[in-house]
Design a protein around this ligand. Structure first.
Ligand code: HEC
Ligand code: HEC
Length: 184
């Protein structure tokens, strides 16, 4: 008798699972009919699942070398500045080789006419302490945040206009001093 009840319970459970499964299948089918295909997501018009098929827009980057270029106005206050010079032959940045540091390190920058890395780059925000003369690990991979500009036509319009609190803020950052603005 006990055995029969267990078997009946199992059969019920299986039927229930089968029904659930069917329900999920139909609802996912309903979704796909109205869903956006992965080729239509984003403005690249290629599958988001395959980076190899991305067609890059026809565009040129500056060929001006460090020392020859003109700084680009900040996109907004304390935005990471755009790289104004060519970075060809400087990438990839590896653990052993980071050419950017050879000019932008705070101890060298003034001598080569480059902007020195700001104090935020010599601060470990996780540990909450300064890293002295060494760049913080959080800032080692420069091109994660700093990029050069190309002359590509914008793919979508943009009406954003930055507002700066001072003329100075258009060409210099002060994030380490303004970090807690509005917090305390
Ligand atoms: C040979 C020295 C040199 C190297 C190497 C170099 N830079 Fe520069 N960088 C400069 C100079 C000098 C300027 C100022 C503009 C100029 O004179 O062309 C500058 C400007 C910049 C700016 C704009 C700063 C501002 O205040 O607007 C950024 C950002 C930058 N570089 C990032 C980088 C990154 C990232 C790398 C590595 C991929 C790099 N630089 C490698 C010398 C260098
Ligand atoms: C995690 C993002 C990030 C990384 C990585 C990073 N930066 Fe920055 N950088 C910023 C931001 C944001 C600012 C502006 C605000 C500030 O002062 O931190 C900035 C500012 C700068 C400035 C302008 C300083 C000034 O006085 O106006 C220079 C030069 C610079 N970075 C160089 C570098 C170099 C060289 C590297 C790599 C060794 C690097 N950065 C890595 C985000 C980053």
């Amino acid at each position: 008798m006990k055995k029969k009840i267990i078997m009946l319970a199992c059969a019920c459970a299986l039927t229930f699972i089968a029904c659930q499964d069917k329900k999920e299948n139909t609802s996912s089918k309903e979704n796909t009919s109205s869903a956006v295909s992965s080729d239509e997501i984003g403005i690249r018009k290629t599958s988001v699942e395959n980076e190899n098929n991305v067609v890059l827009p026809d565009a040129n980057f500056t060929s001006l070398q460090p020392g020859e270029s003109n700084l680009i106005e900040r996109s907004f206050e304390n935005a990471p500045p755009l790289i104004s010079h060519s970075i060809e032959d400087m990438l990839p940045i590896t653990r052993e080789n980071n050419i950017c540091l050879s000019c932008h390190d705070k101890a060298i920058a003034a001598d080569v006419g480059a902007t020195a890395m700001p104090m935020t780059h010599y601060f470990d925000f996780q540990a909450g302490k300064a890293t002295g003369d060494e760049v913080s690990n959080e800032r080692f991979n420069c091109t994660q945040c700093h990029v050069p500009q190309s002359d590509a036509k914008p793919l979508v319009g943009n009406t954003f206009k930055p507002e700066f609190k001072s003329e100075e803020a258009k060409k210099r950052s002060n994030l380490i001093d303004a970090l807690n603005e509005g917090v305390k």
